[in-house]
Design a binder for this molecule. Structure first.
Ligand code: HEC
Length: 128
């Protein structure tokens, strides 16, 4: 292999490696940034246990089955969704609530940016 070609291959490999690392970081989400994204949710969701607003408290939401916060009147759709709030399901719901749980009464259009969703999910996980 000539020198120029080798340099190009090495550079491409290095770039692939850094972008893979960067992506892994983004997938994990940043709870600090997620706290700011959560400003969009605050009107309807409290983070303290047992405090409901228009929506149920987000305390301990990660890992919990959907529609199970005591004392909150969910839609039938949410109660019977059979969903558990793992990262993947939270991501899908927050991207477009009415698509993932048709007839949900959460009137929020969704978060378009994957990074915003990953960040807010990281933040939700700290609420426990
Ligand atoms: C306009 C008010 C409103 C906004 C804004 C809103 N939500 Fe909701 N959310 C609701 C309501 C109402 C429900 C209950 C839905 C149902 O019963 O179908 C809900 C349900 C949820 C659930 C499922 C709760 C459970 O116990 O199963 C999650 C998770 C959730 N919201 C997260 C969010 C996040 C994160 C944001 C911000 C990105 C957000 N919501 C923005 C009103 C809202």
């Amino acid at each position: 292999m000539n020198k120029v070609k080798f340099a190009a291959v090495a550079l491409a490999a290095a770039m692939a490696l850094t972008s893979a690392t960067a992506m892994a970081d983004r997938d994990a989400g940043d709870a600090e940034k997620g706290k700011k994204v959560f400003n969009k949710c605050k009107a309807c969701h409290d983070i303290r246990a047992g405090k409901k607003k228009i929506g149920p408290s987000m305390f301990g939401i990660a890992g919990r089955p959907a529609g199970t916060v005591e004392g909150f009147r969910y839609s039938e759709a949410m109660k019977s969704s059979g969903v558990t709030w793992n990262d993947d399901n939270l991501d899908k719901y927050l991207e477009k609530p009415i698509k993932f749980v048709p007839k949900t009464k959460m009137s929020f259009p969704g978060l378009n940016k994957k990074n915003d969703r990953a960040d807010v999910i990281a933040y939700l996980k700290t609420l426990k």
